[in-house]
Design a protein around this ligand. Structure first.
Ligand code: ZN
Length: 140
């Protein structure tokens, strides 16, 4: 089995940097160490030690889904989805994902989007640069 961690380690231009994020009302604030140049799907799943909730723990609500595989955390005041966490072997175990829309210092128009075929639970196919069809062609 290939190690998914190698993809991060093999980057020739590592630009991991601390970014600050917050919800709309500002009650929930967090910091995350990421390389936004790697794209918005692959790089936002990070090890938990790259993430820190710095304010508003009492304002965070939790939504658990996927048979408790993953949780999404949102601000109880303004409803903004800020970040998620969970455990998935395909992602290398424990992970944290952040909502790029919450980050203060990045230009979303400069972020590359990477697409997964989650609707078909087709994680083995890996990510690609174009959106996947809504249903598998063979099923129609
Ligand atoms: Zn808020």
């Amino acid at each position: 089995m290939e190690s998914s961690g190698d993809e991060h380690a093999s980057s020739s231009t590592s630009a991991t940097k601390k970014h600050v994020g917050s919800c709309h009302c500002g009650a929930v604030r967090f910091e995350v160490d990421i390389d936004v140049g790697k794209g918005a799907s692959r790089c936002n799943c990070r090890k938990p030690d790259a993430f820190a909730l710095v304010a508003g723990k009492e304002s965070v609500g939790e939504y658990v889904w996927g048979a408790s595989v993953s949780s999404r955390f949102f601000c109880k005041h303004c409803g903004t989805y800020c970040y998620g966490s969970g455990h998935l072997a395909q992602l290398g175990g424990d992970f944290v994902s952040v909502n790029f829309n919450c980050l203060d210092d990045i230009d979303l128009t400069q972020i590359k989007i990477i697409y997964w075929d989650g609707r078909n639970n087709n994680w083995a196919a890996g990510p690609r640069d174009e959106p996947w069809p809504l249903s598998a062609p063979a099923s129609r």
